[in-house]
Design a protein around this ligand. Structure first.
Ligand code: FMN
Length: 226
């Protein structure tokens, strides 16, 4: 699948077919996560793959009773190890980079899942101490996000998105671009405007041309009739 298609067609999937996901694909998805960029290449993320049904039920419960999660044959609990990144980058490393590193890995995994025809959903709402207990997460790590994975049993429509021109600032915050569509390639409104303007200019031009030809013809006619 083309990269941009993969990005555009990814959806959060919350309904799954009752069929397992091949180990190989689970591995490829997690591997995609591990290819995400990390601050200082510290690769502080860790991924707990949960296939056990009972454990998945407990996780769904710990995710504030999101019982739809139980139907996903795989849960991936994405964690971050804190110690090394804190040593390297201090508070910024601990509070910001760990989160960004795991988030980048999550997005990679979501896209990989879509690429392989799998469905996935990012789950961020959970009781952290409960997840810590269920998955045996030590004190030097933290669960940041959970991903459900399985064969999709729904095709949700694209959720509403803000218009890009409202999110896109040029050079400084709040500075919206004029002629945004020209720059980012949403050409149709711009092309339509240019066609209108060209037509107008041509109309003006041709009427002037006819005026000129008319005058010349008149001159010729006068010369002939003299
Ligand atoms: C940080 C984060 C936390 C999320 N937590 C949940 C969650 O707990 N439960 C859920 O069903 N979806 C969750 N989602 C998925 C969003 O609801 C979903 O991405 C959003 O509605 C847009 O839909 P889309 O993913 O199909 O584009 C979360 C997404 C993110 C990025």
């Amino acid at each position: 699948m083309d990269t941009m298609d993969c990005i555009y067609t990814r959806r959060s999937i919350r309904k799954y077919k009752d069929i397992p996901v091949e180990w190989e694909l689970v591995g490829r998805v997690v591997e995609a996560g591990s290819f995400a960029p990390t601050a200082g290449n510290l690769q502080d993320y860790r991924f707990i793959v949960v296939r056990d049904e009972d454990k998945r039920k407990q996780i769904a419960q710990a995710c504030l009773q999101q019982y739809w999660m139980e139907a996903a044959p795989v849960h991936i609990v994405a964690c971050a190890e804190i110690k090394r990144i804190k040593q390297f980058y201090g508070v910024r490393g601990e509070r910001l980079y760990t989160i960004q590193n795991v988030a980048a890995a999550m997005e990679n995994m979501l896209l990989a899942a879509n690429h392989f025809g799998l469905g996935a959903c990012w789950v961020g709402a959970f009781d952290e101490p409960m997840i810590k207990t269920i998955c045996g997460i030590p004190d030097y790590a933290r669960a940041h996000a959970i991903m459900t994975l399985g064969y999709p049993d729904e095709t949700p429509p694209q959720p509403q998105k803000y218009k890009l021109e409202n999110l896109f600032y040029l050079e400084r915050y709040n500075n919206r671009m004029e002629d945004f569509h020209v720059v980012v390639g949403e050409y149709s409104p711009t092309i339509a405007r240019h066609i209108r303007e060209t037509k107008k200019a041509l109309d003006k031009g041709t009427s002037k041309l006819f005026e000129h030809i008319g005058k010349k013809l008149k001159d010729v006619h006068q010369k002939i009739t003299k």
